[in-house]
Write a protein that binds this ligand. Structure first.
Ligand code: UDX
Length: 437
């Protein structure tokens, strides 16, 4: 079993560290955030992810995982295989901000006292690996092999995805290092894609860009369904049955959010542009997604006269269910737009309870949120909303009230049977979202 270090205990690093410890490796997780390290030592997960805290407790008890800060000295913290899993946030120009990746790489390269393999887990644009080798690793006092090993974990399903991934991508110019990284995942029964560094980096971005394209494509078809009176549920089902297309990522709605798709599509567009390539399809994917999240606001402006005098409930803040993550969630754009229109806005999310959205009133229950409102906008397809008692909701909302189902996750007949106007994205019915005449 290998001696592994994981630098960065954010979403990617923590899952990687805990899972590698679970399959038997000795893992040291390092983070500059002391409070986080203390929390992890106490067995508490800083993020909400189903099953993670249990696995954390199990691996801590087994003695195979420990937590440290860089103050303990890099020389003692570096194992034979060192994963870099620090954040690559979006810079103002849309590029990936590689500040943390560069500073960590420089620090470990300068202080290492034995040869090791550096494995890049952070999402870095194509070309980054070779630049790091050229500018930093080549001058290190010890031999450092470089491997790109991108992650494909979905939030909310990260553990499941780690153990049952479709593929493990490993890019390196050093075959022995690639082999050693592949061996770390011996317990995972998945095909390996062993390739060069730039191709591995590109596979990560191209995967996210393709999935984003699928979502923007189905959203455009849904908008068309609204205009021509077709039913997006039937259309998605019908096209998804073609095995060349596949049924996944064909759920229409108010678009993709989260920490990956918006950031990675913009970063890929930036990389294309800076290299002199006009990636027009990708630009359209981004534009469609930006527009899609405006649909609830456009629909409410059209459906409700005197919108500025009304109170609106925003149901769901997380960018998708089973996570408390609100990064790039449509809610973050929609709430301020409604506030700007002059509405009073009440927000409710079953898990993302700590997030403050300026201008909105936070509610502890869905019923508190629905009390006295003219409209409810469903942003996140939480199970609680899909099974909601709409008769009870209608009794609390002011009449005539509207429900905008931004995720096509409600049963329209139940909402309408309660006397509420139902609006969605590409679903037929009496109440269209109003884009056509
Ligand atoms: C994604 C990728 O799936 C994962 O491989 C990558 O490593 C990180 O980014 P994640 O951001 O957790 O994972 O979410 P995912 O489940 O892929 O959904 C992303 C967004 O797309 C969500 O906002 C979701 O609501 C939206 N989506 C997804 C749709 O609008 N329609 C769909 O059919 C599928």
């Amino acid at each position: 079993m290998a001696d592994v270090t994981v630098i960065g205990t954010g979403y990617v690093g923590l899952i990687q560290g805990v899972c590698l410890a679970d399959v038997g490796h000795d893992v040291t997780c390092v983070d500059i955030d002391e409070a986080k390290i203390e929390m992890l030592r106490a067995g508490k997960s800083p993020i909400f992810e189903p099953g993670l805290e249990e696995l954390l407790a199990k691996t801590i008890a087994s003695g195979r995982i420990t937590f440290a800060t860089p103050d303990d000295g890099w020389a003692d913290l570096l194992g034979d295989i060192v994963f870099v899993a620090v954040g690559t946030p979006q810079a103002d120009n849309g590029a990936a901000d590689l500040r943390f990746v560069r500073s960590v790489t420089s620090a470990i390269a300068a202080e290492a006292t034995h040869p090791f393999t550096l494995v890049m887990k952070s999402t870095v644009p194509p070309g980054t690996g070779h630049a790091l080798i050229r500018r930093t690793l080549a001058d290190a006092p010890v031999d450092i092999a470089y491997v790109s090993n991108p992650e494909f974990l979905r939030e909310g399903k990260a553990l499941e995805d780690w153990y049952r991934t479709d593929r493990i991508v490993i890019g390196s110019d050093t075959p022995d290092a690639a082999e050693a990284v592949s061996a770390l995942y011996e317990a995972v029964d998945a095909p390996r894609v062993i390739t060069d560094i730039a191709s591995a980096e590109t596979i990560k971005y191209a995967s996210n860009a393709f999935l984003s394209t699928k979502i923007s494509f189905i959203n455009e078809i849904a908008n068309l369904c609204d205009v021509i009176g077709a039913d997006i549920d039937a259309v998605s089902h019908g096209i998804g049955m073609d095995t060349r297309i596949g049924p996944d990522f064909l759920r229409a709605g108010i678009g993709y959010g989260g920490s990956c798709f918006p950031k990675d599509t913009r970063a890929l567009d930036f990389i294309a542009t800076i290299n002199g390539y006009e990636f027009s399809l990708l630009k359209s994917v981004i534009e469609v997604n930006n527009r899609q999240r405006l649909l609830p606001v456009i629909a409410l402006v059209r459906a409700l006269p005197h919108l500025h005098e009304r109170t609106i409930a925003v149901l769901g803040l997380a960018f998708k269910p089973d996570t408390d993550d609100v990064r790039e969630s449509p809610a973050v754009d929609i709430v301020p737009l409604l506030v700007e229109e002059g509405c009073s806005v009440k927000v409710y999310d079953p898990i993302a309870a700590e997030v403050e959205i300026p201008g909105a009133t936070r509610c502890a229950t869905v019923w508190e949120a629905l009390d006295g409102v003219s409209a409810a906008v469903v942003i996140t397809e939480w199970g609680e909303f899909a099974t909601l008692d709409w008769e009870r909701a209608a009794g609390m909302m002011t009449s005539p009230a509207v429900v905008f189902d931004g995720r096509n996750c409600l049963d329209p007949s139940k909402v309408e049977a309660a006397g509420l106007s139902y609006m969605a994205v590409g679903r037929p019915g009496a109440h269209r979202t109003g884009r056509s005449g």
